[in-house]
Write a protein that binds this ligand. Structure first.
Ligand code: HPA
Length: 251
């Protein structure tokens, strides 16, 4: 079993001493860090590869590189804004569903066959449980469910968009989709944990990228603590169906 972490930020507390490797995929070359953490083999991927904004991330290459590196379980981390007045900055959210408002990405590995994976439960229930148990143990403020709405970016949202989105979703970010979908297409378990850095633009007034970054830097220790403990808890045996996602997906 190899555990993957896909994050928008480097997490040196976990990857210290890891080896840098490059993986050639059909979609491009991806740089990863690989090593051992708390007796688990871990592969770390910075989804931005150091420079790419959300709308230009090579999601296909990222997920394929994880699969080629024998990763079978992915913990994903990203920052988000909150649309829900009960979910305040500093909260961690473990989403249980998503809405896709992206516009111009590649969404599937299956361009030449009619393959339709089931998304009625997009996040692995086992990895969600590991993340929930971890947050309870660390006594952090967290929400054990939430709908993540993914925008295309890179711009932040308008007030009218936030009014619309807040009827249907709890948090807003730019990078979860199509990553979560592609992981399922590769039959990998995928669970996400999101750090709320701000109330969404239309709710808190103006919003700057610098503010999001400043907030993340203040809170990043808790993120590495959660991911570190979650890695130590994960076991190979599980009762989810992620590993057979393609079984009934083909027409
Ligand atoms: N919107 C989109 N992405 C984000 C936000 C936001 O308010 N905060 C952090 N990432």
């Amino acid at each position: 079993m190899r555990v993957g972490i896909v994050s928008g930020h480097n997490i040196p507390e976990i990857t210290e001493g890891f080896e840098e490797i490059s993986v050639e995929t059909r979609f491009g070359k991806i740089d990863l860090l690989i090593g051992e953490y708390r007796n688990k083999e871990v592969v770390f991927l910075n989804r931005h590869q150091g420079r790419l904004p959300p709308h230009r991330i090579n999601y296909l290459a990222n997920v394929e590189a994880m699969k080629l590196s024998k990763v079978d379980s992915i913990f994903s981390f990203g920052t988000v804004g909150s649309l829900n007045p009960n979910i305040r900055p500093g909260f961690l959210v473990i989403p249980d569903d998503f809405i896709d408002f992206t516009k111009n990405r590649r969404y599937s590995f299956f361009d030449d066959s009619r393959t339709h994976i089931d998304m009625s439960d997009p996040f692995c229930p086992y990895l969600r449980k590991v993340l929930i148990d971890t947050c309870k143990e660390l006594e952090v403020d967290f929400c054990d469910r939430g709908v993540y709405l993914s925008t295309e970016g890179p711009r932040l949202e308008t007030k009218a968009e936030i009014r619309l989105f807040s009827n249907y979703a709890d948090i807003v970010g730019m990078t979860l989709v199509p990553e979560v979908v592609l992981a399922r297409e590769k039959e990998m378990c995928y669970g996400a944990i999101c750090l709320v850095c701000n109330m969404a633009s239309g709710i808190q007034g103006s919003l700057s990228a610098e503010e999001i970054k400043r907030f993340f830097n203040e809170k990043k220790k808790i993120v590495s603590d959660i991911l570190g403990l979650a890695i130590s808890k994960i076991e190979d045996k599980r009762d989810c169906r992620c590993r057979e996602a393609l079984k009934e997906a083909r027409l």
